[in-house]
Design a protein around this ligand. Structure first.
Ligand code: M6R
Length: 612
């Protein structure tokens, strides 16, 4: 997804912008560009492809300026090309800007501007903004021109703008697309993502929707769209540079898979590690202010996308079985256009690693409008979903750089399990049951460590199946969502066809695909649906299909049916997804690496999907 970086200070700006763009690369992009001001002149350079291409274009040219803006673009309007890359300029070459988001009424605005003789170079919606500001800048100063232009715009934006006529400043504005101001020593860094700021400073300000900031080398002023100054809190960024590095692993994805015991431990710390009372209630500070409201909740709808959606599906099983609350899970992209029946006894839970996914955010806003209680299970602190929900719990996953979600998944499951305990204890769940879940949760990091030790064995199995072009992933009950997640993982990073199905549904269609070249992956721990999974396995076997089974340690029977078995330890049925997903993540990782793909940056994908 698009990324923004801007700098104003005493240092040479180009190396800083390029470094910032590199930090943003993990978000996924297809072109990059920058504009710098030097001696009242603006130079803009753009390149399709990686930041390295941009660097090549700049070559040995030495730019002396110390104010500039830069961008990584992920195409939405118009194909990846120099013309469509940011920064975009106005007719006179005075105003240049970088934009994240979508201007919905750009066609309308373009027609008006064309009548006023503005000439457009790109196919993008973003370019409109430069011309619109130019129009107002004929009479008004830079900041007022931006404010007036933004009043006409419908859509979302994170913007950083420079202007030759007022060359000592950068103006930034936000509406629906994240923007952060980093406050360094004699310098300011603007970015759409903290990872581009972390090496400069730990003092940051999160801009809110409808806010605009004027930044010079001497300071900054933040105001709202009505030009009223707002005072903002300076937050401390607690991500270290090391956290953003690979830590000795070949890929971020592998590093993040191996971090799972640690991040789950982080999520447990202080929440169930030390119970304060005999109630066996997890300590969840973020839910405390709404505890009474939660007692009245009669229905839950979980909204999310991708991997977060699958963790929501596991949550559905947990919440219904142990908290006794009717729960539905819905793709956020569908929920936002439905006419859901919501009232003040409905809670909407948004699950999102990034906290910026446009569809999930829109779903939450829709639910809020209808009077429902909105809750967030979000990783990124200060992200839009975290801030816009009424209450919530952070997953404490740390930065997840690999585009394919891994460690964010079990940490989302952990919060769902803790919420199930809390909501369950408010209702029928016994003290004993809550204690049992918490004791087993505390053991999960250790169980995952055991599976990670089998990574070589899993690598071998992945290589054995390297010629497969299709996979069927199946599981039942708590492990049906894990089948979906396993299939998504291999699709994302290996570009092979994979389908996830509930085992029972297999005979209603997908079994027609099975032959000796179409392997099936069965997630079949010894749980309440074990026998049902075995029946499914027999059906596959009878049709000559190969089987890889994720089974419980000590299950010898499985060896009669499966061609390969990856054993996982025994735990409570509701917690099996925490551990059954690990071999599937590793399998997808080794499969993708063996195929020679860049598993951290799969083609066509972005880490944070901030457009609809
Ligand atoms: O940041 P979010 O959790 O809201 O993101 C949701 C999906 O975009 C994300 O899970 C996506 O499906 C990943 N590529 C999965 O690996």
């Amino acid at each position: 997804m698009c990324g923004i970086i801007g700098y104003i200070g005493k240092q040479k700006v180009v190396p800083i912008l390029l470094e910032g763009l590199k930090q943003l690369e993990y978000r996924g992009y297809d072109s990059a560009g920058l504009s710098v001001i030097n001696n009242g002149k603006i130079t803009t350079i753009k390149a399709v492809g990686k930041v390295a291409e941009l660097q090549n274009k700049i070559g040995s040219r030495d730019f002396l300026g110390n104010i500039g803006i830069a961008h990584t673009r992920w195409a939405t309007h118009g194909k990846p090309s120099d013309k469509n890359s940011h920064p975009h300029g106005d007719c006179e070459g005075n105003i240049f800007l970088v934009h994240n988001g979508i201007i919905e009424n750009y066609q309308e605005l373009k027609k008006i501007l064309q009548k006023k003789k503005h000439k457009f170079i790109s196919e993008t919606d973003s370019e409109i903004l430069a011309h619109l500001i130019e129009e107002f800048n004929k009479k008004l100063d830079f900041k007022k021109s931006v404010l007036e232009a933004l009043k006409l715009v419908r859509g979302t934006y994170g913007l950083a703008i420079i202007n030759k006529k007022e060359p000592e400043k950068i103006i930034i504005a936000r509406n629906g697309s994240p923007l952060i101001l980093g406050i360094g020593k004699d310098e300011f860094i603007v970015a759409s993502d903290a990872s581009a700021i972390v090496r400069h400073t730990d003092k940051i300000i999160y801009l809110d929707d409808g806010e605009i900031a004027e930044i010079t080398s001497g300071g900054f002023e933040i105001s709202n769209i009505k030009n009223k100054i707002v005072s903002k809190e300076i937050s401390k960024l607690d991500w270290t540079i090391e956290e953003s590095k690979k830590g000795g692993f070949d890929h971020f994805m592998l590093k993040e898979i191996f971090e799972q015991p640690e991040v789950i431990q982080n999520g447990l710390r202080g929440r169930i590690e030390h119970f304060l009372s005999e109630d066996n209630l997890p300590i969840l500070g973020g839910l405390r202010p709404i505890e009474k409201k939660l007692r009245k909740i009669k229905k839950i709808i979980i909204v999310a996308c991708g991997t977060s959606y699958y963790s929501g599906l596991v949550g559905e099983y947990m919440l219904e079985e142990y908290a006794g609350i009717p729960t539905e899970v819905e793709y956020a992209s569908e929920f936002r256009y439905r006419k859901p029946i919501l009232n003040d006894t409905t809670a909407i839970i948004a699950i999102s690693q990034s906290g910026e996914t446009a569809d999930t955010l829109a779903a939450i806003r829709e639910a809020k409008n209808k009077g429902a209680l909105t809750l967030g299970i979000v990783n990124v602190v200060g992200s839009t979903i975290a801030r816009e929900t009424d209450a919530g719990t952070h997953t404490l996953t740390g930065p997840e750089i690999g585009v394919a979600a891994t460690k964010s998944f079990p940490t989302q499951l952990l919060v769902l399990a803790l919420w199930t305990m809390m909501l369950g204890r408010q209702r029928e769940m016994s003290n004993v049951m809550s204690k049992r879940i918490s004791e087993e949760l505390k053991n999960i990091p250790h169980l995952i460590e055991g599976i990670l030790k089998k990574s070589k064995e899993i690598k071998k199995i992945a290589k054995k199946y390297i010629s497969a072009k299709d996979f069927l992933y199946v599981g039942r009950k708590y492990n049906f969502p894990i089948a979906l997640e396993g299939a998504l993982k291999i699709k994302e990073i290996s570009y092979v066809h994979a389908e996830g199905y509930p085992t029972g549904e297999m005979k209603h269609g997908p079994i027609a695909l099975i032959d000796s070249n179409f392997p099936s992956i069965f997630i079949c721990p010894k749980d309440s649906v074990y026998e049902k999974n075995i029946s499914g396995m027999q059906e596959i076997k009878a049709r000559g299909g190969k089987i890889i089974a994720i089974a419980t340690e000590g299950d010898k029977e499985i060896l009669k049916l499966a061609d390969d078995v990856i054993y996982i330890p025994k735990t409570l049925e509701m917690l099996t997804p925490f551990i059954s997903v690990i071999p599937l993540q590793l399998f997808a990782y080794y499969f993708g690496v063996a195929k020679g793909y860049d598993v951290d940056k799969p083609r066509n994908l972005a880490k944070s999907v901030t457009v609809e």
